[in-house]
Design a protein around this ligand. Structure first.
Ligand SMILES: NC(=O)c1ccc[n+]([C@@H]2O[C@H](COP(=O)([O-])OP(=O)(O)OC[C@H]3O[C@@H](n4cnc5c(N)ncnc54)[C@H](O)[C@@H]3O)[C@@H](O)[C@H]2O)c1
Length: 343
C-alpha cells in the first residue's frame, strides 16, 4: 500500500516507518518536527517523501495518491495537555478531523487513528476491559482522543473508513526514545541514578506494549479486510500485557538487580485500568503477531543507553521528556504560544 504516516518523526513513528517498509509498503511522512533535534543517534527514515507541515494546515493535496493514512501526530501525553488544554483540543481533536476530511477528499480509503486506552480513566473493574467498556477520560488528552474517535465515525462512508487503534503504553528502544513512558522511565532512572523512584504507591494497573508490536498492530489494521476493521476499535497489546506499576518497576529492577525501589505515593489519583486484547488477538489473529516482552526489551533499552552514552541529563531533560522539549522551544522563542514555528 501507499501509506502516509503523520507524526512519523516521533517515538512510535520512527520505529513504525521502517517496520512498514519491511512489509513492502511504500511509506511517506508528515510531521512538524517538534522533537526532530532529539534523536538518540543519526538516522534516516526510509520514506518516499517527507512533508514538513503542521497538521492544522493540511490540505487535500497533501494526501493525494495514498491508499491509507496512519494518524499518529498529536500532543502525546497528559502533562502536555494540561499545559494548555485548548491546544490539545486544537491539535488532537480539530486538526485530527481536518486530516481525516482532507484525506477523504483526496481519495484515501483507510484511515487508522492512534487513540489511547487512557479514555477509560480509573476503572473499578478488577478484570480487563473490552473496547466497548464505559469511557471516563480524566484529562484533556484522553477526552480529545475519545471525542476524535466518536467524531471520525461521521466521515466513514463511500470508499473511506476509519479504524481506531488504542495502543497500550509503549516501551522499547527507538531512535526518538521517550523517557516519559513508564517502563522506559524506570529503566532510564535505574541506569542514570542507581535507583527506581515510583511516584504512585505502585498499585495502578497499566497495559504496556512494545513500540514494534504497536507498529505490528497498525500493520495488521492495514492488512485486514475492510469488513473486519471498519469503524471498529482495537486495543493493541499482548497476552498477559497488563501490569501494576509495581510489576513494571520490578521488571526494570530485574534488569539492574542492584538498584533499590522506592515508592513516594505523591501521585495518588492515577489512571488505572486493564485492557483486554482478545479482539485483536482473535479477530486479527491472522495478521497480528506480537513478539516482545519487558525482559527482552530491558536488554534492548540498556544496549541503546550504552551505545549513546545515555546520561542523567538525557533522562531528566528535554531530549527525552516531551513536555520539556516543548517548554524549551517556547522559552527559546522558537515556537509561538500556539506551538507554531516562528520562522
Ligand atoms: N507512546 C505511547 O505510549 C502511546 C500510547 C497510546 C497512544 N499513543 C499515541 O500515538 C501517537 C504517537 O505517540 P508517540 O509516543 O510517538 O508521540 P511523540 O510525541 O513521540 O510523537 C508525536 C509526533 O507528532 C508530531 N506532531 C505533534 N503535533 C503536531 C502538529 N500539530 N503537526 C504535525 N506534527 C505534529 C511531533 O512533532 C512528533 O514527531 C500519538 O497520537 C499518541 O497520543 C501513544
Amino acid at each position: 500500500m501507499n501509506v502516509l504516516v503523520t507524526g512519523n518523526l516521533g517515538y512510535i513513528g520512527s520505529v513504525m516507518v521502517p517496520y512498514l517498509v519491511k512489509k513492502n509498503h511504500r511509506v511517506s511522512g508528515l510531521d512538524t518536527g517538534y522533537y526532530a533535534g532529539d534523536a538518540m543517534y543519526p538516522f534516516r527514515q526510509p520514506v518516499a517523501r517527507q512533508i514538513n507541515k503542521d497538521i492544522r494546515d493540511v490540505e487535500p493535496g497533501d494526501f493525494a495518491g495514498y491508499d491509507a493514512v496512519i494518524h499518529l501526530a498529536a500532543l502525546s501525553n497528559d502533562p502536555i495537555g494540561e499545559l494548555n488544554p485548548s491546544l490539545t483540543e486544537e491539535i488532537n481533536l480539530r486538526a485530527t478531523l481536518r486530516v481525516a476530511e482532507c484525506a477523504k477528499r483526496a481519495g484515501v480509503s483507510r484511515f487508522l487513528f492512534a487513540s489511547s486506552p487512557s479514555i477509560y480513566g480509573i476503572s473499578s473493574q478488577n478484570s480487563a476491559l473490552d473496547e466497548d467498556a464505559a469511557k471516563a477520560p480524566l484529562t484533556v488528552y484522553a477526552r480529545t482522543k475519545w471525542q476524535a474517535e466518536q467524531q471520525l465515525g461521521g466521515f466513514s462512508g463511500g470508499d473511506f473508513f476509519c479504524v481506531y487503534l488504542r495502543p497500550s503504553t509503549a516501551y522499547g528502544a527507538s531512535p526518538m526514545f521517550r523517557g516519559d513512558l513508564v517502563f522506559n522511565n524506570f529503566i532510564a532512572c535505574a541506569y542514570t541514578t542507581g535507583k527506581i523512584e515510583i511516584k504512585s504507591d505502585g498499585a495502578p494497573w497499566r497495559p504496556l506494549a512494545h513500540v514494534e508490536d504497536i507498529a505490528e498492530g497498525f500493520a495488521a489494521a492495514l492488512a485486514a479486510p475492510r469488513e473486519l476493521v471498519e469503524n471498529r476499535a482495537f486495543h493493541i497489546g499482548v497476552p498477559g500485557g497488563n501490569y501494576t506499576v509495581r510489576d513494571i518497576a520490578q521488571a526494570a529492577q530485574n534488569a539492574l538487580p542492584q538498584v533499590p525501589l522506592t515508592f513516594s505515593g505523591e501521585h495518588a489519583r492515577s489512571r488505572s485500568y486493564q485492557a483486554s486484547f482478545r479482539r485483536i488477538l482473535t479477530e486479527l489473529g491472522e495478521y497480528y503477531r506480537p513478539r516482545w516482552n519487558l525482559e527482552k526489551s530491558a536488554a534492548e533499552i540498556l544496549a541503546l543507553f550504552e551505545k549513546v552514552h545515555f546520561s542523567r541529563e538525557d533522562f531528566e531533560g528535554p531530549r527525552t521528556i516531551r513536555i520539556q522539549r516543548l517548554q524549551t522551544l517556547l522559552e527559546e522563542g522558537k515556537l509561538t504560544s500556539a506551538l507554531r514555528w516562528k520562522v
